[in-house]
Design a protein around this ligand. Sequence first.
Ligand SMILES: Nc1ncnc2c1ncn2[C@@H]1O[C@H](COP(=O)(O)OP(=O)(O)OP(=O)(O)O)[C@@H](O)[C@H]1O
Length: 317
Amino acid sequence: MNNPIIELEGLTKYYGSVKAVDNLSLSVNKGEIFGLLGPNGAGKTTTILMMLGLAEPSKGTATVCGINATKNPIAVKRKVGYMPDSVGFYDNLTALENLEYIGRLNGIAENEVEIRAKETMELVGLGSELHKKAGAYSRGMKQRLGLADVLIRQPDVVILDEPTLGIDPSGIKEFLSLIRKLSRQQGLTVLLSSHHLHQVQQICDRVGIFVEGKLLVEGNLETLSFNLFGKDSYTTLVTFQDAIPDAGLLEKELRMMNGVNNILIEGNSMELSCEVDMTPGLVRFFVQKGLPITGVHKKEYGLDEIYQRYFESNIKN
Ligand SMILES: Nc1ncnc2c1ncn2[C@@H]1O[C@H](COP(=O)(O)OP(=O)(O)OP(=O)(O)O)[C@@H](O)[C@H]1O
């Protein structure tokens, strides 16, 4: 069921003559993790700033939690937690002291602030590092503390701008699964801006691809892949022990099968593009023909291919 919590309508922003965001309409549902993808300068940060009421749209509206962000920026900031790519802390204070400070600034009562700060640090996996100086935290730990900084305000929406910048691969994995867990457990809506396709692919329910201020396309991976690759959405790659004998005859027979669209034979391998996933039937067919199969691989179109395709076709237009 759709329950939009972020609604952007015809959102447009000019900086002088530069159109940073071009007529953007988008809605994100409660509890969804939405990935905002695009190269440098695509307009992601400008869009986020307009959602937070920190930049004024030239045209259109940004509504978050039912609040018009331009007209009521303070009310929006109470509902939305924003984590920039790099969060600053007081290096000579402990992590807990930093978080308590943020808590107080956000109006948490004195008798509650320590408990809330400790609970939040536990939540982001820093329960055993409470008393370490923030200056001695690693980049990955700082990002977790940045997330705690956002979460202690109990927001309905969390906006993360390149949250994994500078974290090592295992730290990235942990950070992303933490975000996914929090979103699922607490119904938190997350907007994640990034140009790291693999990361976005790992945790986002839906993605929007931005290029030059325009949202080229949005949807979940399956929909995007189907729209782009259409009838060739399912590709099975089969490798045989030796070069395929009577390849022409075999190809003819395969083409008669319902659902097979395209066949590419190269040496001892064959790539079959199909309307549905025909892998089991194809394997049965080859086994019946007595062909020794050494490998079967179902090709999945990832965000890399999807992004590349949209990007290429946008440049050509
Ligand atoms: N304050 C500003 N004044 C003038 N132009 C700006 C300003 N901020 C952004 N722009 C321009 O607007 C366009 C979009 O920039 P924006 O920072 O929103 O993109 P982005 O997708 O967030 O990029 P990145 O991934 O590099 O952060 C760019 O052409 C940029 O140069």
